[in-house]
Design a binder for this molecule. Structure first.
Ligand SMILES: Nc1ncnc2c1ncn2[C@@H]1O[C@H](COP(=O)(O)OP(=O)(O)O)[C@@H](O)[C@H]1O
Ligand SMILES: [Mg+2]
Length: 452
C-alpha cells in the first residue's frame, strides 16, 4: 500500500498502487541509462524525496573492504546546496544506525529516535528514521537512509519502497562497476598488445642487425684468410722483382718498363691486401692517445685538396672531446674515406658537417643493442652530407668489400669496408643514417679512455 505516513502529500488510495508501479517502472527505465555512479546516487536521492515523497534521503556508499560508509548523495532540508557535498560524512561499519544496518545487512526502522542511544543527530535532530542496506551479491555496497521530524513516520510500506529502490540501485551500481572493470581490462589488454608489438619489432630489428653482423664476420673471415695467403704470394712476386731488378743490367729500356709495370701491379695488390686485412680486422694497428678534434683538423688540412669549392665544411664541437687510444693514421684514413664518399654523393655541391660529441652508452640504451656496443664512454665523430642519400636496400651492403655504385675505375668499394673493419678492431663501431634526397650521416664511435 502506498499510503505511507512519511508522505508529504498522499495520493488517492485506489490509484496509489498503480501509481507506485508506474513510478518504479519509470525509475527502472531511467536508471538504465545513467552513465556513472555519482549521477545514479543523486538521481535516486532525488526520486526518493521527489516522486516517492520522503522528506529526506541520504545515500552512503561503502568501501571495498566494507569498513567505512561515505556520504555520497543527500537531499532534503539538511542539504539545501544541491549536488555538492563539501565534507562528506564518514561512518564506520557498526557505528550508529546506518553503520549497524551496513554491518548487519538488515533494514531498520526506528520509531522514536529520542529512545535510541545510538542515534547520531546532525544539523537538525529528527524523531524517526528508516535505513535499508544496498546489497549486491555478497557485498554491502552502501545504505539508503531517511529521517522524519515526527515519531513513527515509517512503516511496512516505506520499508518495501526503499528496499525496492535499494535493490535496483545496487544492481545498477554493480553493473556500472563491471562496465568500468571491463573497460579497464580492455585498456590493459590494448596496453599489453602495444608493448608486445613494440617488443616484437625491436626483436626483429635486433635479429636483422645480428644477422648482418654475422654475415660481415663470415665475409671478413673469408677475405682475411684469402688476403693472408695472397700476401705471401705477393711477397714472393715482389721479392723476385727486386732480384730481377738487380741482375738485369745494363738496362734494356723495354725490360725496365715491364719491370716497373710489374712493380706497380704488385703495389696495387699490396694495397688491396691491406684493405682486405683491415676489413677482416687483421690490420696491424698501433694505438696512441688521440684527440679527435686534432685528428679532424689535421685530416681536413690535407683533405681540402680533394674537395671542390662548391662543398663547404663545418666542424661542430660543444665540449672538449674525451681522449681516445687508436691508430692515428688508420683513423685519419677512415675520416678521409667518409669525406670522399660525402663529396661523391654531392656532385652539385653541398655541405659537410663534422660533429664531435662525447656519449655515454648504457647497457639499457636501445642504441647499445642496435649498435652492439659494449656499454661505456665513446667519442662520436659524425660526418653528414647533403647529398643523394642511400636507398634502404643498399644500406645492408655498403660495408661489404667491393660493393660500389660508382662507375668502374672510380670506386673500389673498399672504403667503407675498411672503415668498418678498423672501427670494430678498435672496440668501436660505425653506424649510418640516411634519407634519400636529404643526405647521409656516418657515425664513428671511438672508445674513450679516462682523461689523464
Ligand atoms: N655519403 C654517402 N652518400 C651516398 N652514398 C654513399 C655514401 N657513402 C657511401 N655510399 C655508398 O656506399 C658505396 C660504398 O662506399 P665505399 O665502400 O666507400 O666504396 P666506393 O666509395 O669506392 O664506392 C658507395 O658506392 C655508395 O653507393
Ligand atoms: Mg669510398
Amino acid at each position: 500500500m502506498f499510503s505511507h505516513s512519511a508522505a508529504k502529500t498522499s495520493p488517492g488510495e485506489q490509484s496509489s498502487e498503480a501509481l507506485l508501479l508506474r513510478i518504479f517502472n519509470d525509475f527502472a527505465i531511467n536508471v538504465m541509462s545513467i552513465p556513472n555512479a555519482n549521477d545514479l546516487l543523486w538521481y535516486v536521492a532525488q526520486n526518493v524525496v521527489g516522486k516517492l515523497n520522503f522528506v529526506d534521503c541520504v545515500i552512503y556508499t561503502s568501501n571495498l573492504d566494507e569498513t567505512i560508509l561515505t556520504q555520497a548523495a543527500a537531499l532534503g532540508d539538511k542539504n539545501p546546496f544541491g549536488r555538492s557535498i563539501i565534507n562528506p560524512l564518514k561512518i564506520p561499519f557498526g557505528q550508529g544506525i546506518t553503520g549497524r544496518v551496513a554491518q548487519n545487512r538488515e533494514a531498520v526502522i526506528v520509531e522514536d529516535l529520542l529512545h535510541d542511544k545510538s542515534y547520531i543527530p546532525d544539523t537538525k535532530p529528527a524523531r524517526s528514521e528508516i535505513c535499508v542496506p544496498m546489497i549486491f551479491g555478497n557485498r554491502v555496497v552502501g545504505v539508503i537512509d531517511s529521517e522524519h521530524p515526527e515519531p513513527g513516520a515509517f512503516g511496512q510500506t516505506e520499508l518495501e519502497i526503499l528496499t525496492t529502490v535499494a535493490a535496483m540501485t545496487s544492481a545498477k551500481l554493480e553493473l556500472l562497476e563491471e562496465t568500468e572493470r571491463s573497460a579497464r581490462r580492455y585498456h590493459d589488454l590494448v596496453d599489453a598488445h602495444t608493448r608486445l608489438t613494440r617488443e616484437i619489432n625491436n626483436r626483429k630489428a635486433l635479429e636483422a642487425q645480428l644477422f648482418e653482423a654475422r654475415r660481415l664476420e663470415a665475409i671478413g673471415r673469408l677475405s682475411g684468410g684469402f688476403a693472408h695467403d695472397f700476401n705471401n704470394i705477393l711477397t714472393a712476386v715482389s721479392g723476385n722483382l727486386d732480384i730481377l731488378d738487380e741482375v738485369i743490367s745494363p738496362r734494356d729500356p723495354e725490360v725496365g718498363e715491364c719491370l716497373a709495370a710489374a712493380r706497380t701491379a704488385s703495389k696495387k695488390g699490396a694495397a688491396l691486401v691491406r684493405s682486405m686485412l683491415a676489413f677482416a680486422q687483421r690490420a696491424h694497428l698501433e694505438a696512441e692517445v688521440v684527440d679527435i678534434r686534432e685528428l679532424v683538423d689535421s685530416t681536413l688540412d690535407w683533405s681540402k685538396r680533394v674537395l671542390p669549392d662548391s662543398i663547404s665544411v663545418r666542424i661542430h664541437l660543444s665540449e672538449r672531446a674525451w681522449p681516445t687510444k687508436i691508430d692515428r693514421s688508420a683513423a685519419e684514413n677512415a675520416l678521409l674515406n667518409l669525406i670522399v664518399n660525402a663529396r661523391d654523393a654531392m656532385p652539385d655541391g653541398g655541405r659537410i658537417d663534422i660533429r664531435i660529441e662525447n656519449v655515454s652508452v648504457m647497457a639499457s640504451d636501445p642504441e647499445a643493442r642496435m649498435l652492439q656496443l659494449e656499454p661505456g664512454k665513446f667519442v662520436r665523430l659524425s660526418v653528414s652530407d647533403t647529398g643523394t642519400g642511400i636507398p634502404e636496400h643498399q644500406l645492408q651492403q655498403i660495408f661489404d668489400p667491393f660493393f660500389t655504385t660508382k662507375p668502374a675505375g672510380e670506386g673500389t668499394g673498399l672504403g667503407l669496408s675498411t672503415v668498418f673493419g678498423f672501427m670494430q678492431q678498435s672496440k668501436g663501431t660505425v653506424a649510418v643514417d640516411s634519407k634519400i634526397g636529404e643526405g647521409s650521416t656516418f657515425h664513428l664511435y671511438f672508445s674513450a679512455i679516462s682523461p689523464m
